[in-house]
Design a protein around this ligand. Structure first.
Ligand SMILES: Cc1cc2nc3c(=O)[nH]c(=O)nc-3n(C[C@H](O)[C@H](O)[C@H](O)COP(=O)(O)O)c2cc1C
Length: 272
Protein backbone atom coordinates (compact mmCIF):
# COMPACT_ATOMS: atom_id res chain seq x y z
CA UNK A 1 0.00 0.00 0.00
CA UNK A 2 1.40 3.44 -0.98
CA UNK A 3 2.02 6.00 1.76
CA UNK A 4 1.00 9.58 1.06
CA UNK A 5 2.06 12.53 3.13
CA UNK A 6 -0.52 15.36 3.03
CA UNK A 7 1.04 18.63 4.12
CA UNK A 8 -1.49 21.21 5.32
CA UNK A 9 -0.35 24.82 5.72
CA UNK A 10 -3.77 26.25 6.62
CA UNK A 11 -4.45 27.62 10.08
CA UNK A 12 -8.09 26.50 9.81
CA UNK A 13 -9.60 23.29 11.14
CA UNK A 14 -10.96 21.21 8.24
CA UNK A 15 -9.66 23.77 5.79
CA UNK A 16 -10.33 23.67 2.07
CA UNK A 17 -6.74 22.48 1.63
CA UNK A 18 -7.17 19.58 4.07
CA UNK A 19 -10.44 18.47 2.44
CA UNK A 20 -8.88 18.67 -1.04
CA UNK A 21 -5.91 16.57 0.12
CA UNK A 22 -8.29 13.90 1.43
CA UNK A 23 -10.32 13.95 -1.81
CA UNK A 24 -7.17 13.73 -3.92
CA UNK A 25 -5.85 10.77 -1.91
CA UNK A 26 -9.25 9.07 -2.19
CA UNK A 27 -9.31 9.60 -5.98
CA UNK A 28 -6.11 7.63 -6.57
CA UNK A 29 -8.03 4.42 -7.19
CA UNK A 30 -5.95 2.10 -5.05
CA UNK A 31 -5.70 1.69 -1.31
CA UNK A 32 -3.38 4.34 0.11
CA UNK A 33 -2.37 5.36 3.62
CA UNK A 34 -2.72 9.11 4.14
CA UNK A 35 -0.55 10.70 6.82
CA UNK A 36 -1.55 14.33 7.50
CA UNK A 37 1.10 16.79 8.59
CA UNK A 38 -0.27 20.13 9.82
CA UNK A 39 2.51 22.69 9.62
CA UNK A 40 0.86 25.20 12.01
CA UNK A 41 0.95 22.56 14.79
CA UNK A 42 4.74 22.22 14.52
CA UNK A 43 7.52 24.20 16.07
CA UNK A 44 9.36 25.63 13.06
CA UNK A 45 11.85 28.41 13.70
CA UNK A 46 13.27 30.93 11.22
CA UNK A 47 16.65 30.15 9.63
CA UNK A 48 19.39 32.06 11.49
CA UNK A 49 21.71 32.19 8.46
CA UNK A 50 24.53 30.68 10.55
CA UNK A 51 25.46 28.18 7.79
CA UNK A 52 26.42 25.65 10.49
CA UNK A 53 24.39 23.01 8.62
CA UNK A 54 26.93 23.15 5.77
CA UNK A 55 29.50 21.34 7.90
CA UNK A 56 29.31 17.64 6.95
CA UNK A 57 27.23 15.58 9.39
CA UNK A 58 26.33 18.69 11.39
CA UNK A 59 22.57 19.31 11.67
CA UNK A 60 20.89 22.70 11.83
CA UNK A 61 21.51 23.92 15.41
CA UNK A 62 17.90 25.10 15.86
CA UNK A 63 15.98 22.72 18.07
CA UNK A 64 12.60 22.35 16.39
CA UNK A 65 10.58 20.03 14.16
CA UNK A 66 12.50 20.57 10.90
CA UNK A 67 14.05 17.11 10.68
CA UNK A 68 10.81 15.38 11.69
CA UNK A 69 9.16 17.00 8.63
CA UNK A 70 12.07 15.71 6.54
CA UNK A 71 11.73 12.18 7.98
CA UNK A 72 8.02 12.14 7.16
CA UNK A 73 8.73 13.23 3.58
CA UNK A 74 11.35 10.48 3.41
CA UNK A 75 8.91 7.83 4.60
CA UNK A 76 6.25 8.82 2.04
CA UNK A 77 5.87 7.39 -1.47
CA UNK A 78 4.16 10.61 -2.60
CA UNK A 79 3.40 14.07 -1.24
CA UNK A 80 0.31 16.27 -1.53
CA UNK A 81 1.22 19.80 -0.51
CA UNK A 82 -1.57 22.29 0.17
CA UNK A 83 -1.39 25.92 1.22
CA UNK A 84 -3.83 28.80 1.32
CA UNK A 85 -3.17 32.13 -0.32
CA UNK A 86 -2.62 34.81 2.32
CA UNK A 87 -1.87 38.36 1.12
CA UNK A 88 -1.27 37.19 -2.46
CA UNK A 89 1.30 34.52 -1.54
CA UNK A 90 1.40 31.14 0.19
CA UNK A 91 0.76 31.16 3.96
CA UNK A 92 3.92 32.26 5.80
CA UNK A 93 4.53 28.88 7.43
CA UNK A 94 5.44 27.47 4.00
CA UNK A 95 8.12 30.16 3.68
CA UNK A 96 9.41 29.35 7.17
CA UNK A 97 9.88 25.74 6.07
CA UNK A 98 11.15 26.77 2.61
CA UNK A 99 13.77 29.07 4.15
CA UNK A 100 15.36 26.05 5.86
CA UNK A 101 16.39 24.81 2.41
CA UNK A 102 20.13 24.98 3.13
CA UNK A 103 19.85 22.43 5.96
CA UNK A 104 17.47 20.21 3.98
CA UNK A 105 19.44 20.42 0.72
CA UNK A 106 22.39 18.71 2.44
CA UNK A 107 20.23 15.55 2.37
CA UNK A 108 18.58 16.09 -1.01
CA UNK A 109 19.61 12.63 -2.30
CA UNK A 110 17.39 11.02 0.35
CA UNK A 111 14.14 12.50 -1.02
CA UNK A 112 15.13 13.32 -4.60
CA UNK A 113 12.38 12.74 -7.18
CA UNK A 114 9.55 11.88 -4.79
CA UNK A 115 6.31 12.61 -6.65
CA UNK A 116 4.32 15.57 -5.43
CA UNK A 117 1.09 17.33 -6.36
CA UNK A 118 0.28 20.82 -5.16
CA UNK A 119 -3.02 22.33 -4.08
CA UNK A 120 -3.37 26.07 -3.60
CA UNK A 121 -6.53 27.60 -2.13
CA UNK A 122 -7.61 31.21 -2.50
CA UNK A 123 -10.73 33.17 -1.68
CA UNK A 124 -11.14 35.19 -4.85
CA UNK A 125 -10.40 34.35 -8.50
CA UNK A 126 -7.74 36.81 -9.68
CA UNK A 127 -6.40 37.39 -6.15
CA UNK A 128 -4.19 34.28 -6.09
CA UNK A 129 -1.02 36.37 -6.62
CA UNK A 130 2.16 34.31 -6.72
CA UNK A 131 0.87 31.52 -4.47
CA UNK A 132 1.02 28.56 -6.84
CA UNK A 133 4.32 29.52 -8.50
CA UNK A 134 5.96 29.90 -5.08
CA UNK A 135 4.65 26.54 -3.85
CA UNK A 136 5.90 24.81 -7.01
CA UNK A 137 9.33 26.42 -6.55
CA UNK A 138 9.41 25.34 -2.86
CA UNK A 139 8.74 21.73 -3.85
CA UNK A 140 11.29 21.79 -6.68
CA UNK A 141 13.94 23.26 -4.35
CA UNK A 142 13.39 20.23 -2.11
CA UNK A 143 13.99 17.92 -5.08
CA UNK A 144 10.39 16.73 -5.29
CA UNK A 145 9.03 15.88 -8.73
CA UNK A 146 6.01 18.15 -9.23
CA UNK A 147 3.42 16.14 -11.19
CA UNK A 148 0.48 18.58 -11.05
CA UNK A 149 -0.48 21.84 -9.34
CA UNK A 150 -3.79 23.63 -9.20
CA UNK A 151 -5.34 26.66 -7.53
CA UNK A 152 -8.81 26.06 -6.08
CA UNK A 153 -11.09 29.00 -5.33
CA UNK A 154 -13.44 29.33 -2.36
CA UNK A 155 -13.35 31.85 0.49
CA UNK A 156 -15.29 29.88 3.10
CA UNK A 157 -14.15 26.58 4.60
CA UNK A 158 -15.57 23.81 2.41
CA UNK A 159 -16.52 26.23 -0.37
CA UNK A 160 -13.63 25.21 -2.65
CA UNK A 161 -15.45 21.88 -3.13
CA UNK A 162 -18.35 23.73 -4.78
CA UNK A 163 -16.20 25.14 -7.61
CA UNK A 164 -17.23 23.95 -11.07
CA UNK A 165 -15.19 21.02 -12.42
CA UNK A 166 -13.63 20.49 -8.99
CA UNK A 167 -14.16 16.71 -9.15
CA UNK A 168 -12.36 16.45 -12.51
CA UNK A 169 -9.47 18.59 -11.22
CA UNK A 170 -9.13 16.48 -8.05
CA UNK A 171 -9.18 13.31 -10.14
CA UNK A 172 -6.46 14.73 -12.41
CA UNK A 173 -4.30 15.47 -9.35
CA UNK A 174 -4.89 11.95 -8.05
CA UNK A 175 -4.04 10.39 -11.43
CA UNK A 176 -0.82 12.40 -11.76
CA UNK A 177 0.64 11.71 -8.32
CA UNK A 178 1.82 8.21 -9.25
CA UNK A 179 1.19 8.58 -13.00
CA UNK A 180 2.12 10.92 -15.82
CA UNK A 181 2.74 14.60 -14.99
CA UNK A 182 0.07 16.89 -16.36
CA UNK A 183 0.89 18.69 -19.62
CA UNK A 184 2.12 22.27 -19.65
CA UNK A 185 -0.65 24.87 -19.53
CA UNK A 186 -0.80 28.01 -21.70
CA UNK A 187 1.35 30.88 -20.45
CA UNK A 188 3.42 28.74 -18.08
CA UNK A 189 7.18 28.48 -17.92
CA UNK A 190 8.05 25.29 -19.84
CA UNK A 191 10.71 24.41 -17.28
CA UNK A 192 9.10 25.01 -13.88
CA UNK A 193 5.40 25.79 -14.67
CA UNK A 194 5.34 29.21 -13.03
CA UNK A 195 2.85 31.54 -14.70
CA UNK A 196 4.73 34.71 -13.71
CA UNK A 197 7.35 36.41 -15.87
CA UNK A 198 9.80 39.29 -15.58
CA UNK A 199 10.62 41.52 -18.54
CA UNK A 200 14.07 42.95 -17.80
CA UNK A 201 14.37 44.45 -21.29
CA UNK A 202 12.07 44.79 -24.30
CA UNK A 203 11.18 41.48 -26.00
CA UNK A 204 12.99 39.46 -23.34
CA UNK A 205 11.28 37.40 -20.62
CA UNK A 206 12.80 35.61 -17.64
CA UNK A 207 11.08 33.21 -15.26
CA UNK A 208 11.76 34.62 -11.78
CA UNK A 209 11.72 31.14 -10.25
CA UNK A 210 13.85 28.89 -12.45
CA UNK A 211 15.57 31.51 -14.61
CA UNK A 212 14.19 30.19 -17.93
CA UNK A 213 14.68 32.80 -20.66
CA UNK A 214 12.63 33.61 -23.76
CA UNK A 215 12.83 36.05 -26.64
CA UNK A 216 9.47 37.47 -27.71
CA UNK A 217 9.00 38.21 -31.40
CA UNK A 218 6.08 39.84 -33.07
CA UNK A 219 4.64 38.02 -36.09
CA UNK A 220 2.07 38.99 -38.72
CA UNK A 221 2.70 42.74 -38.30
CA UNK A 222 2.25 42.55 -34.57
CA UNK A 223 -1.03 40.63 -34.43
CA UNK A 224 0.68 37.58 -32.89
CA UNK A 225 3.50 37.20 -30.43
CA UNK A 226 5.89 34.26 -30.59
CA UNK A 227 7.85 33.21 -27.52
CA UNK A 228 11.12 31.55 -28.43
CA UNK A 229 12.41 29.74 -25.36
CA UNK A 230 16.13 29.39 -24.71
CA UNK A 231 17.70 26.18 -23.39
CA UNK A 232 15.90 24.69 -20.38
CA UNK A 233 16.91 26.39 -17.16
CA UNK A 234 18.84 24.08 -14.88
CA UNK A 235 18.37 25.72 -11.45
CA UNK A 236 16.13 22.91 -10.19
CA UNK A 237 18.26 20.09 -11.63
CA UNK A 238 19.87 17.87 -9.06
CA UNK A 239 23.44 18.71 -10.12
CA UNK A 240 22.78 22.49 -10.02
CA UNK A 241 21.03 22.30 -6.65
CA UNK A 242 23.87 20.26 -5.18
CA UNK A 243 26.48 22.58 -6.71
CA UNK A 244 24.74 25.62 -5.19
CA UNK A 245 23.76 24.29 -1.76
CA UNK A 246 26.65 21.93 -1.10
CA UNK A 247 29.61 23.49 -2.98
CA UNK A 248 29.09 27.19 -3.78
CA UNK A 249 27.76 28.05 -0.33
CA UNK A 250 30.68 26.25 1.33
CA UNK A 251 33.05 28.24 -0.88
CA UNK A 252 31.31 31.42 0.26
CA UNK A 253 31.79 30.46 3.91
CA UNK A 254 35.52 29.92 3.25
CA UNK A 255 35.65 33.24 1.36
CA UNK A 256 34.09 34.97 4.36
CA UNK A 257 36.73 33.36 6.60
CA UNK A 258 39.47 34.85 4.40
CA UNK A 259 37.89 38.31 4.07
CA UNK A 260 36.41 38.62 7.54
CA UNK A 261 38.82 41.41 8.61
CA UNK A 262 38.36 43.44 5.41
CA UNK A 263 34.56 43.20 5.69
CA UNK A 264 34.66 44.00 9.43
CA UNK A 265 36.20 47.38 8.57
CA UNK A 266 33.12 48.19 6.46
CA UNK A 267 30.61 46.75 8.92
CA UNK A 268 32.13 48.35 12.00
CA UNK A 269 31.37 51.80 10.59
CA UNK A 270 27.69 51.00 11.16
CA UNK A 271 27.93 49.78 14.76
CA UNK A 272 25.52 51.37 17.17
C1 LIG B 1 -4.74 36.52 6.40
C2 LIG B 1 -5.49 36.09 5.17
C3 LIG B 1 -5.15 36.64 3.97
C4 LIG B 1 -5.80 36.23 2.80
N1 LIG B 1 -5.39 36.77 1.61
C5 LIG B 1 -5.99 36.34 0.47
C6 LIG B 1 -5.54 36.84 -0.80
O1 LIG B 1 -4.62 37.64 -0.91
N2 LIG B 1 -6.15 36.39 -1.92
C7 LIG B 1 -7.20 35.49 -1.86
O2 LIG B 1 -7.71 35.12 -2.91
N3 LIG B 1 -7.64 35.00 -0.67
C8 LIG B 1 -7.05 35.39 0.48
N4 LIG B 1 -7.47 34.87 1.69
C9 LIG B 1 -8.58 33.90 1.71
C10 LIG B 1 -8.11 32.44 1.77
O3 LIG B 1 -7.13 32.17 0.80
C11 LIG B 1 -9.32 31.55 1.55
O4 LIG B 1 -10.21 31.69 2.63
C12 LIG B 1 -8.99 30.08 1.37
O5 LIG B 1 -10.19 29.34 1.23
C13 LIG B 1 -8.23 29.52 2.55
O6 LIG B 1 -7.99 28.16 2.31
P1 LIG B 1 -8.05 27.08 3.48
O7 LIG B 1 -9.52 26.87 3.81
O8 LIG B 1 -7.40 25.87 2.89
O9 LIG B 1 -7.32 27.65 4.64
C14 LIG B 1 -6.85 35.26 2.86
C15 LIG B 1 -7.20 34.72 4.11
C16 LIG B 1 -6.53 35.12 5.24
C17 LIG B 1 -6.90 34.51 6.57
Amino acid sequence: MKKILGIVASQRKLANGEILIKETAASIGEEVKLDLLKLPELNLRPCKACYACLVPDQPCPLIDDLYSVFERIKEADGIILSAPCYALGPAGITKLLGDRIIALAQHIDEIWGKPCVIIGTAGIKGWEGYTLSALIANARFLGLEVKDAHMFIGALPGEALLQSEVKERIQALGNSLFGEPRPLEAGQCPTCWSDLWKFPRPNHAVCPFCGQEAEIRSLDNGTNLHWEFGPKASRFNKSDLKEHFQVWLNDQVREFGKRRKELAVIRNRYKG
